[in-house]
Design a protein. Structure first.
Length: 319
């Protein structure tokens, strides 16, 4: 079967579109997998009733090490290079604990995320893009910077993984991390805005959630629960369905392009008592090699029959 140049172009375009779609789908799918942790998220519903920092610490200490809990409070601020205020940037500040890397996907490229030791009370973790902005380098472990007027020591630099998903969930500002337990404006009675819970043997179940709730004096109801692990699985299923449906449509389109010429010839033969290869080429605007190839295939499969010569519209005998 010979495909015309026009059909070849359409076939090429459909193939390119399908390849691009598959690449983008796989890319977004991987970004979703990286962005959503396999944990349950709890977000405070109001500012009057909440879980305090001391309550969450005590609950974790009494949980027999069956779960990992990551605390997060957020605020905005200004980050400055220590040697000059001319190099500064507005940032998102995440006040968190040493369990952040256990639950969230963060790629440390220099140094380490801070630990629970008091000696790192002034630690800060910044992105590679913020490091290049303020210091023109990422080799800055141990260097000092100013965050909201306070001196911080850089303990780690993480890769700023800019992606479609992260762009949707951010306000465009760089994000820095500082230890929640050692800030001057944080104490044991501080409200916990959000926290994440993950089972140490995998995703957390109802039994572990009930135990945590008991340790927190049944205060989990004060927080909105989001099962991110289930959300991730649901999104993955949705992506798989979309990829399958779009792939099926493209495959059908590809086959329609491939068999378009032979379909045109079959319909022409059905609507005419007799015709010739010359008339097929002329009336269907197909090249003679295309007509010969497709007609020979129809003859070989018994779909068309060659009856001999007949008088064509031009008065000469044709096959």
């Amino acid at each position: 079967m010979i495909i015309t140049k026009y059909s070849k172009l359409k076939l090429f375009l459909y193939t390119i579109i399908f390849a691009l779609f598959m690449f983008m789908s796989i890319s977004v799918r991987q970004q979703v997998i990286s962005a959503l942790p396999e944990a349950v998220e709890y977000v405070s519903k109001n500012n009057t009733d909440y879980i305090t920092l001391s309550e969450i610490k005590q609950a974790v200490n009494n949980s027999d090490d069956i779960m990992t809990v990551n605390v997060q409070n957020r605020k905005n601020g200004t980050a400055e290079a220590y040697h000059t205020s001319l190099l500064s940037d507005n940032v998102n500040i995440i006040l968190t604990d040493e369990n952040y890397p256990e639950i969230h996907n963060i790629n440390m490229i220099k140094g380490n995320f801070f630990s629970a030791v008091i000696s790192e009370s002034d630690a800060i973790v910044i992105s590679d893009s913020l490091a290049n902005l303020l210091f023109k380098s990422i080799d800055i472990i141990g260097c000092q910077m100013i965050l909201n007027g306070e001196t911080k020591t850089i303990s780690g630099v993480y890769e700023n993984n800019e992606s479609f998903v992260s762009d949707l969930s951010s306000n465009g500002l760089e994000t820095v991390f500082v230890p929640v337990y050692y800030q001057t404006d944080i104490n044991d009675s501080t409200r916990i805005e959000s926290f994440y819970v993950k089972g140490n043997n995998g995703s957390i179940g109802n039994k572990e959630i009930q135990e945590l709730d008991a340790l927190l004096n049944n205060k989990l109801e004060l927080y909105k629960q989001n099962d991110l692990n289930s959300s991730k699985k649901l999104l993955m299923q949705l992506f798989n369905i979309i990829i399958f449906v779009i792939g099926l449509i493209v495959v059908v389109k590809l086959f329609s392009v491939i068999f378009k010429n032979i379909k045109k010839i079959v319909n022409y033969i059905i609507n005419h008592e007799a015709t010739s290869k010359v008339e097929l080429s002329k009336d269907l605007n197909l090249s003679m090699p295309t007509v010969l190839s497709n007609v020979n295939e129809l003859l070989a499969n018994g779909i068309a029959v060659e009856t001999g010569e007949y008088e064509s519209t031009g008065g000469r005998k044709a096959k």
